[in-house]
Design a binder for this molecule. Structure first.
Ligand code: F6R
Length: 259
């Protein structure tokens, strides 16, 4: 795991965008795993701005796979993750709707197995963008989730429903159920690009990066992955005991290495 403490949330977005663009340039038909929520919004906005300015790569051959999706929202609901990613990223990058995949919330009993098959058929995810919940969840794998889990239905914790109420107006309107890639699914992605910003994530980041590997902090599976990159702003990095060391390592990183 490479922990990269950066000077600001804007610096996180810029480096995350650089990393995604580098992949798309080197592998135009790559498979991107996309998270939703507030954290990646500045990264996605940066990618879109560069694309509009003509400095970004072509995304015409890229396929995108959602990390998770709410169950029980009416089709086309603006807060569904399919609608959100189209609005925030894929439409503006020119990734056609049929190249954007997500677990099917209309058939939650079979959606998990179908989604796992779709990921396999696509050849797996090349780069997975990840955020973290204030309770340590990764995708919608809440504390207690199996470290080997596959895509399936899960029940959100009250903490997560309260955190996400800002998107819905009231906590009562936040769905209880979701479909989410499992922790085992996420571990199969070839590169994990984990981003966290803001003081509300500091405790969860410290637990995920420096705490024990445990189902009580699902994001601690980052420690199991051979290529996990952790981009943090100063607030999100504030709880890390080895912060100075991560800074030294990044400052001394060989130019040829990349992320
Ligand atoms: C979203 C997802 C979630 C979010 C997490 C943080 O697809 O899988 O795990 O990454 O809830 O959300 P924000 O970024 O809104 O704080």
């Amino acid at each position: 795991m490479e922990v990269v403490p950066l000077s600001s949330a804007d610096a996180v977005a810029a480096l995350a965008a650089d990393t995604i663009e580098a992949l798309v340039r080197s592998r135009p038909a790559c498979v991107l795993g996309v998270a939703t929520g507030s954290t990646p919004v500045p990264t996605y906005a940066e990618l879109v701005a560069r694309h509009r300015a003509g400095t970004g790569p072509s995304y015409g051959e890229v396929r995108a796979f959602l990390l998770d999706e709410y169950v029980g929202l009416p089709a086309g609901h603006p807060q569904s993750y399919r609608a959100t990613i189209a609005r925030e990223l894929t439409d503006d990058l020119g990734i056609a709707a049929e190249r954007v995949h997500g677990p099917d919330p209309t058939d939650p009993a079979t959606a998990g197995a179908s989604y796992e098959q779709a990921l396999l058929d696509a050849g797996g995810v090349d780069l997975q963008v990840l955020g973290i919940g204030s309770d340590g969840h990764l995708a919608f794998n809440e504390p207690g989730s199996s470290l080997a889990s596959a895509t399936r239905i899960k029940t959100l914790t009250e903490t997560t429903r309260r955190d996400n109420a800002r998107f819905f107006g009231s906590v009562d309107d936040v769905p209880r159920h979701v479909l989410t890639q499992g922790l085992g699914t996420i571990l199969r992605a070839r590169h994990l690009l984990f981003i966290a910003t803001g003081s509300g994530k500091a405790d969860a980041v410290a637990a995920a990066v420096e705490g024990p590997l445990t189902a009580s902090c699902p994001a601690s599976i980052l420690q199991l992955h051979p290529h996990a990159t952790v981009l943090l702003d100063p607030d999100a990095a504030a709880g890390l005991a080895r912060l100075d060391h991560y800074r030294e390592v990044y400052a001394a990183k060989p130019d040829w290495q990349g992320l």
